[in-house]
Design a protein around this ligand. Structure first.
Ligand code: 3HC
Length: 282
């Protein structure tokens, strides 16, 4: 029997998660309140599947079939048959809490509600749902249709059954789940944001040019991208939000965003998506 999942939020992460699920044989309900975002998200999904056709990964017929397995919706009233409801809206606490309260009303009593939050505590978010034993963090990595890791974040009340079904689901997507406990930024973003922030601070202090910093990570550590270009790729606003949140919760100075990041965000230079961040993009 074909299974169904719901993804709420159709930004880069939401559409990447949806693509992974479609290619693994799931039907996907994609939800966004905003029709314009919904249309843009569907266009991005169509485009990414088009690239998969160009690369010979799927046929044009398969692309059409996969797109036919997507239901676009602006409200949650049709999500009652989904086994997983995955939230991937922007990193704003109140917005996420609203989404969970709403999803809780419409999803089945056996559905797992998951958050793709990159930093906010699972225990905090779980207070929005009626049954926190069915709540879990499933943290995907960008580009979500490509990256193999999903950081599975277990809250105090997450049940063993929720945990097992989540591991099974992630494995069914061809990805590798790695379980961690709840902490601001979990493991991935505590490591990554400290790394990016140090690189930005080194640039700010004139210790090296950005190209040199990136080359060191690429050639010296075999990273596919250096920390400066990776920050642009993730989005400097996203990096700053994550750093702000971890700093607020931990008061650990290594997470206080470097001035250079704060200034770029203030100037609207958010990285690749805005055409300029540390680097300029065409
Ligand atoms: N969106 C969707 N798919 C993309 C993409 C994008 N922006 N960029 C590349 N891809 C896909 C390509 O279609 C291709 O797919 P395929 O293997 O199925 O054919 C695959 O990625 C490889 O693409 P390319 O060969 O064109 O390019 P590269 O070999 O240069 O790889 C990259 C691109 C995968 C982005 C690689 O540079 C990389 O791994 N960079 C580091 C990414 C990373 O660290 N991500 C984690 C960010 S942290 C995070 O997400 C957590 C959050 O909480 C902040």
């Amino acid at each position: 029997m074909t299974k169904e999942i719901t993804v709420i939020g159709v930004g880069q992460m939401g559409t990447g998660i949806a693509q992974s699920a479609l290619q693994a044989g799931y039907n996907v309900i994609l939800i966004d309140k905003n029709q314009e975002f919904l249309d843009k998200g569907f266009a991005r999904l169509t485009d990414n599947l088009g690239k998969a056709v160009e690369r010979g990964k799927i046929t044009a017929d398969e692309k059409a079939r996969l797109l036919g397995n997507v239901t676009l919706a602006r409200s949650m009233d049709g999500i009652g048959k989904s086994d997983f409801v995955i939230e991937a809206v922007p990193e704003i606490l109140d917005l996420k809490m609203d989404v969970f309260r709403n999803a809780d009303k419409f999803c089945s009593k056996s559905a797992i509600i998951a958050t793709n939050t990159s930093s906010i505590l699972i225990n905090k978010l779980a207070t929005a749902v009626s049954d926190p034993s069915r709540f879990i963090g499933l943290h995907f990595f960008n580009p979500a249709n490509v990256m193999k890791l999903v950081e599975v974040v277990v809250g105090t009340n997450t049940s063993q059954a929720t945990m097992s079904s989540s591991l099974e689901f992630i494995t069914s997507l061809g990805k590798t789940p790695v379980k961690v406990n709840d902490a601001p930024g979990f493991i991935s973003n505590r490591i990554l944001m400290a790394f990016i922030n140090e690189a930005a601070s080194d640039l700010q202090h004139g210790i090296a040019e950005k190209e040199a910093i990136d080359s060191i990570a690429k050639l010296g550590f075999n990273h596919p991208m250096g920390p400066i270009e990776l920050a642009d790729f993730i989005g400097l606003d996203v990096c700053k939000d994550i750093m702000d949140f971890i700093y607020l919760e931990t008061k650990d100075g290594k997470f206080k965003p470097a001035d250079i990041i704060v200034k770029l965000v203030q100037d609207g230079k958010l990285g690749r998506k805005s055409g300029e961040g540390f680097y300029k993009y065409k």
